[in-house]
Design a protein around this ligand. Structure first.
Ligand code: SF4
Length: 353
């Protein structure tokens, strides 16, 4: 019986070595192939000069090289690029590239849809349809890098696109291993951030992976957080903070708390006070994100003056706080706006691939 082919982009280097060994080839052949594809960006087998004839002939029997299909690319006036990918009928998702000086961050999706039901989130309108495999996550990186002009190199990855990354640990942590392998893309683990809505029991996996941890906090007490983040009913703020403290103790890194400012829900003076108390307990920085409105969300963006006031109160109390600049708002690529419903009436460049 014919063996099923392995998707090359699903495999970490050690898995690749085991697979080629199963087919009777030496482990170093796996390393050579891995280097050609990820480090030298060569996919044409004829150009892989150091591979043996036997191994080259066998490669198409062992592997397929499938990645998600790129459907569209949109470029915002601020340089943000949004990509719509598909992994099958009805299974599309988005990836966003955010330029900022020397840093080009790729915001990747880990799932199609999401079950976490965070109340402010546009993605949450689509229930979970699929957890993306490592190849579907690695594929976002490779395809976007190949599409970008030669002088733009991706430098950072944030798992803040569609989906809850810790609801898909297999795909997410395999893709991190693949993209950080020294023989391949060789991205620093510290340039990868995994953001969770608060799946407390999976936070130790982030610690183990060496990636940075971000937590979508969006409420500084249990009552507010219960309202905005349903996951809080399973793991409350106290449990979440303990897991964050375990992370900071083990890694000596700070945790980043993402805090969406929702008018009259999370932007009140008492919210700022509670957030300050919370931030004093744990090495952290806080990213405040003014809500990006989308149809039927039921929430409003606070006024500029109240956003400023909130930020100043935190700063005056020596809390490390940053206001996240809104990027790609004109193409619905801003935080909390991702959804795979394709809109063609936006004033942006659109490129079908
Ligand atoms: S904010 Fe993240 S975890 Fe929450 S529903 Fe949206 S995609 Fe899911």
């Amino acid at each position: 019986m014919e063996k099923t082919k392995h998707n090359f982009y699903n495999l970490t280097l050690s898995e690749l070595e085991s697979v080629v060994a199963e087919y009777g080839h030496k482990a170093f052949r796996a390393r050579q192939l891995f280097q050609w594809i990820y480090a030298h960006k060569v996919t044409d087998l004829d150009k892989m000069t150091n591979l043996s004839k036997d191994f080259k002939q066998d490669i198409p029997n062992i592997f397929n090289f499938e990645m998600p299909d790129l459907l569209t690319e949109k470029v915002s006036t601020d340089g943000t690029r949004k990509y719509l990918f598909s992994v099958g009928p009805g299974l599309s998702f988005e990836t966003v590239m955010i330029p900022a000086g020397d840093r080009n961050t790729l915001c990747v999706s880990s799932e199609v849809g999401c079950n976490m039901a965070c109340k402010f989130c546009f993605t949450a309108k689509q229930k979970l349809k699929k957890r993306l495999t490592a190849s579907e996550i690695v594929g976002q990186f490779i395809k976007v890098q190949n599409m970008l002009p030669k002088d733009i190199q991706l430098t950072n990855i944030v798992f803040m696109g569609m989906g809850e990354p810790l609801d898909n640990p297999e795909g997410v942590f395999s893709s991190i291993k693949i993209l950080t392998s020294e023989l391949g893309v060789n991205l620093s683990r510290k340039k990868i951030t995994v953001s969770t809505s608060g799946l407390v029991d999976k936070i130790p996996l982030v610690t183990e992976s060496g990636a940075r941890l971000a937590v979508s906090l969006n409420g500084a007490d249990n009552q507010t957080r219960d309202r905005v983040m349903p996951i809080n009913k399973k793991w409350n703020i106290e449990a979440l903070l303990q897991a964050c403290l375990d992370y900071t103790n083990a890694t000596k890194d700070k945790v980043t708390f993402e805090y969406v400012l929702l008018k009259d829900v999370t932007d009140r003076p008492e919210d700022a006070k509670k957030l300050i108390q919370l931030a004093r307990k744990i090495p952290c920085k806080i990213n405040i994100i003014p809500f990006n409105e989308h149809p039927n969300s039921g929430f409003e963006r606070p006024s500029e003056s109240s956003i400023d006031r909130f930020q100043k109160v935190l700063m005056n109390n020596n809390i490390h706080v940053l206001r996240r600049k809104t990027m790609g708002r004109d193409i619905y690529a801003a935080c909390g706006q991702l959804n795979s419903v394709y809109k063609n009436n936006e004033s942006t460049q659109t490129r079908a691939n």
